[in-house]
Design a protein around this ligand. Structure first.
Ligand SMILES: Cc1cc2nc3c(=O)[nH]c(=O)nc-3n(C[C@H](O)[C@H](O)[C@H](O)COP(=O)(O)OP(=O)(O)OC[C@H]3O[C@@H](n4cnc5c(N)ncnc54)[C@H](O)[C@@H]3O)c2cc1C
Ligand code: SF4
Ligand code: SF4
Length: 462
């Protein structure tokens, strides 16, 4: 167990999405030591998956990657990826934190990030980062701009960790060991713990997207052309599985796409709250499809349009002029054309419906009519949820959660990044659905609140 001595002005940040990145950079710039703990092999969080961000359509990687790189090289930031906070003791101004560093089986001090091991590794599995739409190797970085830009070995997929075919026989594979010139592969590497003393903690653990297969009537997991929003982000991404081409699984350009708002949000059966970002990214998708797929018809099914932010309403207006068809009504059901043909009388069938197409059924609440729209692809917008393990984090840190599992602020209006515990702060998606501008604002707010706290009598006397 390594024992590290931080200075009196050290802060722990948990979660390396855009919220944690912003907090860490703001604090580090003032000379504070930041210990940033990220569970995955890279920082970046959800934003790293996006191609463009609403409403300005900025290239996500272009604005995020420089910040990630600065975090990775900042002299005041101790970045610990592939790590988790195991224990925390003490109180405001004087915490002792135990961080568990998972075994990467690659010595990152020796690794040059050349990538040869990943190129030559013969074992593949589905890429979590690409939402299972592409494959990655057993030794991998989630994406090429990962920070740190060094691979980890997934022991569950790596042949070396499988027992030899015969007892006492040779280990399988080991290709990466052969090609790695600096000798960075270390199959003996063990998980280890490190201890740090910090004065304050900022929790930026973010959110998860709801599993859309929990709403079986929308056909996710049943029909291959029904996509979740994160799948569509990767499909549309220039660095994604199709090089950014919006196409069906068999490589066709869709002639029509339906985007269904509020998948599991504002719904008594799932989440009563509004996920706040889905209307806007649904509009972003409509624009991107129109831009990329010539002649494609795009239908947005919405309850009502929530375009609350700066430039958001203007973006919505712009799309109305781009020819997107807006249908006011929540989609109730998605059927395949093949199924649908057996369900209704021939005169109720949409014209030119093929077996491979999908039919979206909704009530158009403006027209007071049921609509049946045949499309080639459906994109769902799953609810912005608290993470499944947010209860564990809350227990570890003594945080309160609301009925939806999000961390509770000290005061929603006046102390939105403080908690009931004076030394612990929260920012970003972990306290509720938020877009990137609000998340970044909260990241900076948490940093400034930490600075005030470090100057307080409570922190100084701890
Ligand atoms: C499909 C989709 C599209 C979107 N498009 C846009 C857009 O175009 N524009 C826009 O403004 N907003 C958009 N958003 C919203 C945006 O994703 C969020 O505002 C933003 O990602 C929130 O950042 P965060 O850092 O709070 O959380 P996250 O991005 O979720 O990052 C949290 C990080 O914490 C890590 N972590 C979690 N738990 C732990 C733990 N216990 N220990 C250590 N690390 C942990 C995670 O691995 C992750 O890296 C979109 C959201 C979705 C779902
Ligand atoms: S071959 Fe070795 S040095 Fe190159 S990326 Fe892989 S582990 Fe690192
Ligand atoms: S031992 Fe083989 S399977 Fe395992 S990471 Fe190295 S090259 Fe890949």
């Amino acid at each position: 167990m390594a024992e590290h001595k931080a200075n009196d002005q050290a802060v722990l940040v948990i979660g390396g999405g855009i919220a944690g990145i912003q907090t860490s950079l703001d604090l580090a710039e003032t000379g504070i030591t930041v210990h940033l703990v990220e569970r995955e092999p890279t920082i970046g969080g959800h934003m790293a998956m996006f191609d463009k961000t609403f409403p300005t359509l900025d290239c996500s990687a272009c604005i995020l990657t420089p910040k990630m790189t600065t975090v990775g090289s900042h002299p005041n930031i101790n970045l610990m990826t592939y790590s988790e906070v195991e224990n925390i003791q003490g109180g405001p101004g004087a915490y002792e934190v135990t961080v568990r560093r998972k075994a990467a089986f690659v010595d990152h001090d020796k690794c040059t990030g050349c990538g040869l091991c990943m190129e030559k590794c013969p074992y593949r599995t589905l890429s979590e980062f690409d939402q299972g739409l592409a494959k990655r190797k057993a030794i991998y970085m989630p994406f090429p701009q990962a920070v740190p830009n060094k691979p980890v070995i997934d022991a569950k997929r790596c042949a070396w960790f499988k027992p030899p075919k015969k007892p006492g026989g040779k280990r399988r594979c080991g290709v990466c060991v052969k090609v790695c010139e600096p000798g960075a592969i270390d199959f003996e590497q063990k998980a280890r713990t490190e201890k740090y003393k910090v004065s304050a903690v900022v929790v930026t653990t973010g959110f998860q997207a709801m599993d859309p297969s929990l709403i079986p009537q929308l056909g996710y997991g049943k029909y291959p052309e029904v996509y979740s929003a994160l799948e569509f982000e990767r499909l549309n991404n220039a660095a994604g599985p199709t090089g950014g081409a919006v196409q069906t699984k068999d490589g066709r350009s869709p002639k029509s796409v339906a985007i269904l708002h509020c998948t599991g949000s504002r719904d008594e059966n799932y989440h009563r709250y509004c996920s706040r970002v889905c209307c806007m990214y649904a509009l972003k998708y409509a624009h991107l499809i129109k831009e990329k797929v010539e002649g494609c018809q795009v239908f947005n099914f919405y309850i009502d349009m929530r375009c609350f932010g700066k430039g958001y309403e203007e973006f919505y207006k712009r799309l109305q002029h781009e020819g997107v068809k807006f249908i006011r009504g929540k989609a109730a059901q998605v059927w395949s054309g093949e199924h649908f043909k057996h369900l209704v009388a021939p005169d109720m069938l949409p014209e030119e419906l093929s077996d491979e197409q999908l039919v979206v059924i909704a009530e158009d609440t403006l027209m007071g009519d049921m609509v049946r729209v045949p499309v080639d692809m459906v994109v769902l917008t799953p609810a912005f949820e608290s993470r499944a393990d947010s209860g564990d984090v809350a227990q570890l840190l003594g945080l309160a959660r609301n009925e939806d599992g999000f961390f509770i602020e000290k005061s929603e209006k006046f102390s939105p990044v403080s908690t009931g515990n004076n030394g612990i702060f929260i920012a970003g998606g972990c306290s509720g659905p938020k877009d990137i501008p609000d998340t970044v604002a909260q990241g900076s707010a948490a940093a400034s609140k930490v600075l005030s706290f470090l100057e307080s009598a409570e922190a100084k006397s701890a």
